[in-house]
Write a protein that binds this ligand. Structure first.
Ligand code: P6P
Length: 359
């Protein structure tokens, strides 16, 4: 009788034969984001060159450096403001500047990246040395919610990857970036929370990778993330309620009073990445409606609403600017603002009916 037959007769399932160390070592939980992207591309685009995976490695490198600083901000006098005011008219936090610098440094060293645009910079940045090979532009918010850092609240990096047109529009290449959100090649965010998680989509589902500090790598932790059909929370800054359009107030009242079933709870962190990440995992709805101080909405279309909307739709959710699908908006400027309502299909259907006066 062979060893394996004797074993199964005595103790249960046959172990992997010792002569198959690869199978024995196979461990899906050690899939890094680069490996995952490469596997996806090899499966869906056999001719892929791997340069997209190389581009994404620039984002993972930069965000690992950011998270190291965020985790120690209080210890290395990185809290507080840099004193400068950015293009948004917001006082730049020191970590904003650091995050912006490391993302620009990491991404401009990827020769497939030709143009960068950041919330922290007035104008797009052409990467001169890459102009011959560059296929992609990356637009990003280097540290969204940074005003929360001093009080130890989760913050995030948000990015969107666009394909550059074969022929450049020239100038500062702003026009090359003003693409509908549905043209994004990929999008993602890193949430610096109780753990550090990277969530991305390249149009083939949504996948999450948690940073393992012991090995310094983002490893697969949430494959094929899908947003629940319905949740229990709505997320909005109700301090501005009186300036929301009346149909928004009606919708929020219906959620709170249980017109759609059980009454909803309210969760609002004030950091888009954290509020959206909860909505992605638990379902529900996040709203930043038009307000009197931001009648066109507060959030940025290119590097906040579009990447979040792409991820939400890929996970089975929906994302609206109130009067239209976020991804259908034709941008007219890189720092353009928009309202953002994003969440589970059930809540979004009810929202659409409510603001269209159909229910
Ligand atoms: P408010 C953070 O400043 C941010 O840009 C988003 O991360 C967040 O969703 C929103 O603003 C919070 O805005 O007006 O509620 O403080």
């Amino acid at each position: 009788m062979t060893a394996s037959a004797a074993h199964s007769a005595a103790e249960g399932p046959t172990p992997t034969p010792p002569d198959d160390p690869i199978a024995a070592a196979e461990d899906r939980s050690m899939i890094t984001v680069q490996q995952h992207i490469f596997e996806q591309q090899r499966h869906h685009f056999p001719a892929a060159t791997g340069e997209f995976s190389w581009l994404l490695s620039g984002i993972t490198l930069a965000t690992k450096r950011v998270q190291a600083k965020v985790r120690r901000a209080g210890l290395t006098n990185l809290l507080g403001t840099e004193g400068e005011v950015n293009v948004q008219g917001e006082v730049q936090q020191k970590l904003d500047v650091y995050a912006n610098d490391v993302l620009i440094q990491a991404l401009s060293s990827r020769d497939c990246v030709g143009v960068l645009a950041s919330e922290e910079n007035d104008h797009p940045m052409a990467v001169a040395r890459n102009q011959m090979n560059a296929k992609y532009a990356v637009v990003f918010d280097p540290l969204d919610g940074s005003s929360n850092i001093d009080v130890n609240v989760s913050v995030g990096t948000i990015f969107s990857i666009l394909r550059l047109p074969g022929h450049s529009h020239g100038g500062d290449r702003t026009d090359d970036l003003l693409q509908h959100g549905y043209r994004q090649v990929a999008a993602g965010y890193v949430c610096y929370g109780s753990s550090t998680i990277l969530v991305y989509t390249a149009g083939m589902g949504v996948h999450g990778f948690t940073l393992d500090p012991s090995i310094g790598a983002f490893v697969l932790s949430h494959e094929n993330m899908t947003m629940p059909e319905r949740g229990k929370y709505y997320s909005v800054n109700e301090a501005y309620r009186d300036s929301f359009p009346p149909e928004y107030r009606t919708y929020l009242d219906r959620l709170r009073t249980g017109k759609f079933g059980d009454p909803y709870g309210l969760r609002y962190i004030g950091s888009l990445v954290a509020d959206f990440h909860r909505t992605l995992l638990k379902g529900g709805i996040f709203l930043y409606p038009p307000t009197s101080s931001h009648p066109e909405g507060k959030l940025r279309l290119l590097y906040e609403a579009n990447p979040i909307a792409f991820i939400a739709e890929q996970a089975g959710g929906m994302a609206s600017a109130g009067s239209e699908r976020v991804l259908d908006i034709k941008p007219t400027s890189i720092h353009q603002r928009t309202a953002l309502i994003v969440g589970s299909k059930s809540e979004m259907d009810e929202f659409e009916r409510c603001i269209n006066g159909r229910g």
